[in-house]
Design a protein around this ligand. Sequence first.
Ligand code: CP
Length: 310
Amino acid sequence: MPKLDSIIDAQQFDYETLACVFKIAREMEETKCGDLLRGKIMTSLFYEPSTRTRLSFEAAMKRLGGEVISTENAKEFSSKAKGESLEDSIRVISGYCDVIVLRYYKEGGAKRAQDYSDVPIINAGDGAGQHPTQALLDLYTIKKTFRDIQGLKIAMVGDLINGRTVRSLSYFLAKHFPDNEIFFISPGRVRMREDIKGYLDRYRLKWNEAENFNGVLSELDVIYQTRVQKERFEDDQAVYEEMMAESEKLIIDRQKLERMKSSAIIMHPLPRLSEIRYCVDKDPRARYFEQARNGLYIRMALLKMVLTGY
Ligand code: CP
């Protein structure tokens, strides 16, 4: 039985593995899965705050009978605070557990950790780099809605330069689902980075770029909204304020709902700030809380695939 090794980025997945992830996630969603991971230990090592990723991974592990060890706020309460390097911490921790779920504040953190770990590393977000398990749950949500991920017009909206979720999602779409069209909609200063656009071109996935929804809102099938990432603007509060002001025209509100397709869906990796009005939550097209719940099933599937095989 093959095992999934470390999960570092979206590009590492082939189509067959992706199909297995979705199949096993569906099984996790529909059936009780017993104590598949009894005797296994997962470390959750988060150097940045998290609600969904950390708690859904921890819940996934426990629902499958496994155990979890962790340090609160690793940046402050692990030996990082005494000056220990990520590499040394990983060398030590990998001797205590069977898998490490790592959120790091710098791009490339998960890859650095993988190079020094005796156990698989799962990238739970590395700075503005990638968030592959989020993108898997995003795809799972799209697939559950539309069955086939093809022929869709997908808008990724907001702070795209810093958005690790939209980067991973773009990689997955380009490599495995190029028969779609992406609309990157953001203030000019935080537009999607060139490396992603180059990757989309390589796989011939059609993409467009704009600073507002004008002319496309009524055509979109998926609106993937994101927040302006305050933590990436720590050195420039003025730019953060400017981006917040410029993003106001992108807020999903009642007026925009009226112009959207009845079959469209609104997604968001969460947390949200003001980019989706609370009144939108009651609309059946709002799928972000269902999306967050899907994270549990995807992460149960991934832990099974990493720890026992598939
Ligand atoms: N979507 C996401 O990564 O949320 P958290 O930061 O709460 O984990």
